[in-house]
Design a protein around this ligand. Structure first.
Ligand SMILES: Cc1ncc(COP(=O)(O)O)c(C=O)c1O
Length: 410
């Protein structure tokens, strides 16, 4: 297999050319050189095996290189690659995926605009909300993360990442997550969109109280603002429901997807009721993308969606997630280095006493063969989001390694 079993000199040459030729956004260089994945297991260039407890950050919900997804990719690639996606050309595989998606989205949210990524889905949501309301004020939340392009960055909370790129979008107000009183004050008749992750991901896996999202829904309806739910990380069974909003029976006006929607290929989208989405036809071509909804990505997404439904992976996520959190609570009782265990389904946050210990634990776990990570906005919280297909035995093995990594770190 290409790139496998490299000798140390070859690996060093790749690492040094990576620093030289590939743009970096951290000063540290790459820590892992992964070249193969199957199910919940990945291998590095030297053939070392790891259990993947983050699934490419909630992307590989059906596992790495699921044979049916790979077959769908190959079959579509043999038939066609890019064929001009929007405007004039009908791409049947896009329609097939959109049809299937309409069966699993909240009631009425039947129309999707396909993008390449999550941040582009957010850009589309911002434009659609402006177009639908004729307003431009946005309410976002402390701890929120929605992406790195200028619009998405404007509504992401961490100032350190926004400041160097200002001025960004005007009239964005951040209010505390899970604070209905603050929402009541902030949501007025001038607001175009309230955007929220139903469970905050990068902010540290925060689950709102049961009245929060229904309360936001009511406020948005009262003031004619669009409620946009960013389900880029929480969608496709990750939280034990197909979409996290189902935990609270909340139907948004706009829903954004990415990550798992493409089954491991780049794909995203923003979804709305047809009468809202159709506003983008006036003026014609109000929104466009060259590659969004690429046929190969849609074929992979369709295969992946069918696997999630057929193999009841949503239910599996709920069951396994509950079991993992129980085991983590047991660990917390024994060890006061753990301060909290949060999440729903297989979207789990494990908060440690301080971010330095968290880093050491993640490093030890990696050396012992489990890949973990912490949220970009929450250094103290380790995320656990394995493929929904992970076996009970692999969960057991991985949790044993995490326990060992904690013992080695304190
Ligand atoms: C909730 C949420 N929104 C948006 C994004 C941005 O998605 P992408 O990295 O595909 O641009 C992410 C990525 O982590 C995310 O977690």
């Amino acid at each position: 297999m290409k790139y496998s079993n490299m000798n140390p000199q070859e690996i060093e040459a790749y690492k040094s050319d990576d620093l030289r030729y590939v743009a970096q956004t951290t000063p540290f260089g790459k820590q892992l050189a992964l070249v193969k994945g199957s199910g919940a297991t990945v291998w590095d260039v030297e053939g070392k095996r790891y259990l993947d407890f983050i699934a490419g950050i909630a992307v590989n919900n059906v596992g790495h290189a699921h044979p049916e997804v790979v077959e769908a990719i190959c079959a579509q690639a043999r038939q066609s690659l890019h064929l001009n996606v929007f405007g004039k050309v009908l791409v049947p595989v896009q329609v097939d995926l959109a049809r299937q998606l309409a069966k699993v989205t909240p009631p009425g949210l039947d129309k999707i605009f396909f993008t390449n990524s999550g941040t582009e889905a957010i850009e589309g949501a911002i434009k659609l909300a402006r177009r639908a309301t004729g307003r431009h004020k946005i309410i976002a939340f402390e701890g929120a993360f929605h992406g790195r392009t200028c619009g998405a960055l404007s509504i992401s909370y961490r100032e350190v990442y926004r400041k160097p790129f200002e001025p960004l979008l005007p009239d964005v107000t951040f209010i505390p997550f899970n604070d209905l009183k603050a929402a009541e004050e902030a949501i007025t008749d001038e607001v175009s969109m309230v955007i929220i992750e139903p469970i905050q991901g990068e902010g540290g896996v925060h689950v709102p109280s049961d009245d929060f999202l229904p309360g936001l829904r009511e406020l948005c309806t009262k003031h004619g603002a669009m409620l946009a739910l960013d389900e880029i990380q929480t969608g496709f069974g990750r939280t034990g429901r197909f979409f996290a909003c189902e935990h609270w029976n909340v139907t948004p006006d706009i829903l954004t997807v990415a990550k798992a929607v493409g089954g491991g290929m780049p794909l995203g989208g923003f979804i709305a009721r047809p009468e809202v989405m159709d506003l983008l036809t006036d003026p014609p071509l109000s929104h466009m993308t060259t590659f969004g909804g690429h046929p190969v990505s849609c074929a992979a997404g369709l295969a992946s969606l069918n696997i999630i439904l057929r193999d009841k992976l949503v239910e599996r996520s709920e069951r396994l997630g509950g079991q993992i959190r129980e085991r983590l609570w047991e660990m917390k009782k024994k060890d006061d280095v753990i301060v909290d265990v949060r999440g729903k389904g297989l979207m789990i946050g494990l908060e440690f006493r301080d971010p330095e210990i968290t880093k050491v634990i993640v490093k030890h776990a990696q050396d012992l063969g489990v890949i973990l990570s912490y949220g970009v906005y929450s250094g103290g919280t380790v995320r656990i989001s394995p493929p929904l297909t992970i076996s009970d035995e692999e969960v057991d093995e991985g949790l044993g390694i995490i326990e060992k990594a904690i013992r080695l770190s304190v």
